[in-house]
Design a protein around this ligand. Structure first.
Ligand code: FE
Length: 239
């Protein structure tokens, strides 16, 4: 059962941050669902309140159009970012030379496909294989490879994920529906502002007949964070 909700969209975040966060905290600490959690815990986070206040001011003054904001943020959250990463992954799957360069120096390799770093950070690709499963987190805040994955999902920034991914990675992965065999080593990588990790997932069995574009369509954001695998039937990049 997924305890880290896949909340998409900024509106959804603002509306559900309070109950969602309370639910995550409650389920992690007490086993209660958000609905079973005392109302007193459903207080929006400081960040949520600041974002809401700032947005309200800008909208009131006519400086921004909330609909346009939603479209821009949604594009980075679900379209532009993850698709960039998916293209990199698919290219690595079909071109062994590119895969080698990607694993040696992802920052330079992604530039070959036209994706550039925004802030001079190093980007590192971590290869999953039958014996090693990589999981990415930012324990401090929300460091994330924006040029490849777009904006981080809400759960990636949540305190329960940031702490529990390190303390109990297998348990967290199980909550995402990923049961990692005991003989597979789980490695957790802590992204920082200087070094940001992303996962090169395993190419799914049975995908040999697919071309690069079709393969890219299978690659999900979560598979590049390490909370999912790429599969032939359920993996789809949002349209
Ligand atoms: Fe961070």
């Amino acid at each position: 059962m997924l305890k880290f909700p896949n909340l998409s969209g900024r509106r959804g975040f603002l509306k559900s941050a309070a109950t969602g966060t309370a639910g995550i905290v409650a389920s992690a600490k007490t086993g209660l669902t958000a609905q079973q959690t005392p109302v007193s815990q459903a207080i929006p986070s400081d960040l949520t309140l600041r974002v809401k206040a700032l947005e309200s001011l800008l909208v009131d003054k006519g400086l921004v159009d909330p609909v346009a904001l939603d479209r821009i943020v949604d594009a980075f959250e679900t379209k532009i970012g993850p698709r960039n990463g998916a293209r990199v992954i698919a290219h690595a799957w079909v071109d062994p030379g590119y895969k080698k360069r990607l694993l040696a120096d992802a920052s330079t390799a992604m530039e070959e496909l036209g994706f550039h770093r925004y802030q001079g950070e190093d980007i590192v690709a971590l290869e999953n294989n039958p014996k090693i499963h990589n999981l990415v987190v930012c324990t401090l805040c929300s460091c994330y490879p924006w040029p490849l994955l777009g904006l981080p999902p809400v759960w990636y920034k949540s305190a329960p994920y940031r702490s529990r991914a390190v303390i109990d990675p297998r348990g967290v992965l199980k909550e995402f529906g990923l049961d990692i065999d005991a003989d597979v080593e789980v490695r957790v990588w802590d992204s920082t502002s200087e070094v940001r990790y992303f996962v090169l997932p395993e190419r799914p069995v049975g995908s040999e007949h697919l071309n690069e574009g079709e393969l890219a369509a299978l690659v999900t954001r979560d598979s590049m964070i390490g909370t999912a695998k790429v599969t032939l039937d359920v993996g789809k990049v949002p349209a």
